[in-house]
Design a binder for this molecule. Structure first.
Ligand code: SF4
Length: 330
């Protein structure tokens, strides 16, 4: 029996489970890892279409407080442990955040994220961001925040101010986490995710790939996200930054990235799965394949410390793929 034929039978069985939202087992996920990639992408695409249709969720962010972070995440340009060439500044004014929101809305983003560097922002910064969120609410925006390991009270203040969603990545598996950060733990991150959910905020939580993790680590991350029942899953792919310990990390190939996206679609079939940092530099001409591999969203308009390509190019790509940007605000 040829590999493709064998793979098709296995894939069909796993596809039928995922479309009914019957959780795949770890052994089944491992079979996906070994599957023929054409079959994997074909079924991942069908899962995306079944759960998300042809709408593409677009999100944009502002780096509202940059650099000088106490943490030592090995990949991050904003860590004070590394010598990188980035702008460092305290929390920007509310009017700067409102201007960035206007640009994001004009670009068709359905989610606007206010992101700050650091383990967590101060109480004064939470108050300032809440005031900005209140003013944005009046213009119909639905705001997401990514402000680190906040306590329950701060999370509740954000919710009251109109913030709908909180972003906090786990980054990688529990096993591998100590290789990428030692100033806080994987469990610290999980605890923050749980506090966010307890506060009644939606949680956007995913990871970063290309750190030296194994495929088993990637599956572990996907299963942890499924157990936490996160709402939205951003997938980032390392864009090595000079001056960080991972500056010379080998790059993932476009096809490996697409395979990761497809695995996440199978394990988290009904979730929003977005491709964020590292899209342009790692996928190059294969960017439009993210949808065929199962992604239902993407970040547009640039990243925290690196620019993206033009939003016009991204919108053209979506249109050329026969898809359209999700209109509703999330
Ligand atoms: S990822 Fe976040 S916590 Fe880690 S160093 Fe960068 S800004 Fe700090």
């Amino acid at each position: 029996m040829c590999r493709e034929y064998y793979s098709r039978g296995v894939m069909e069985k796993l596809f039928k489970k995922s479309i009914k939202q019957i959780p795949l087992t770890r052994a089944e996920a491992r079979r996906l890892v070994a599957a023929d990639e054409n079959e994997l992408f074909r079924y991942a695409n069908q899962l995306r279409r079944h759960f998300k249709g042809d709408a593409v969720h677009l999100c944009s962010i502002i780096n509202a407080k940059s650099g000088a972070c106490s943490e030592n995440c090995q990949f991050c340009a904003q860590s004070s442990h590394h010598k990188t060439q980035i702008l460092s500044y305290p929390l920007v004014e509310g009017k700067t955040i409102r201007q960035a929101y206007r640009v994001a809305a004009d670009n068709g983003a359905s989610c606007f994220g206010v992101v700050t560097s650091g383990k967590r922002v101060s109480g004064a910064d939470v108050d300032a961001i809440c005031a900005t969120s209140l003013s944005l609410r009046q213009s119909g925006a639905r705001v997401s925040a990514s402000l680190g390991e906040l306590d329950e009270r701060s999370l509740q203040l954000l919710k009251k101010s109109g913030v709908k969603r909180y972003h906090h990545n786990l980054e990688t598996s529990r096993r591998f986490f100590k290789n990428i950060c030692t100033t806080h733990s994987f469990d610290d991150r999980v605890a923050t995710v749980k506090r966010v959910k307890k506060a009644g905020l939606e949680i956007c939580c995913g990871g970063l790939f290309g750190l030296g993790e194994t495929m088993a680590d990637r599956l572990d991350l996907a299963f942890t996200l499924r157990a936490l029942d996160v709402d939205s899953v951003p997938l980032n792919f390392l864009n090595p930054v000079p001056g960080t310990p991972l500056a010379r990390a080998p790059r993932l190939s476009p096809r490996e990235i697409l395979r990761i996206i497809a695995l996440f679609r199978f394990i988290l079939p009904a979730k929003d799965i977005s491709v964020c940092g590292g899209r342009e530099v790692n996928l190059r001409d294969m960017q439009s394949w993210i949808f065929y591999a199962g992604a239902s969203g993407m970040m547009v308009g640039g990243y925290l410390t690196t620019p993206g390509r033009s939003v016009a190019q991204d919108l053209q790509m979506i249109q050329d793929a026969g898809l359209y940007p999700l209109k509703e605000r999330v």
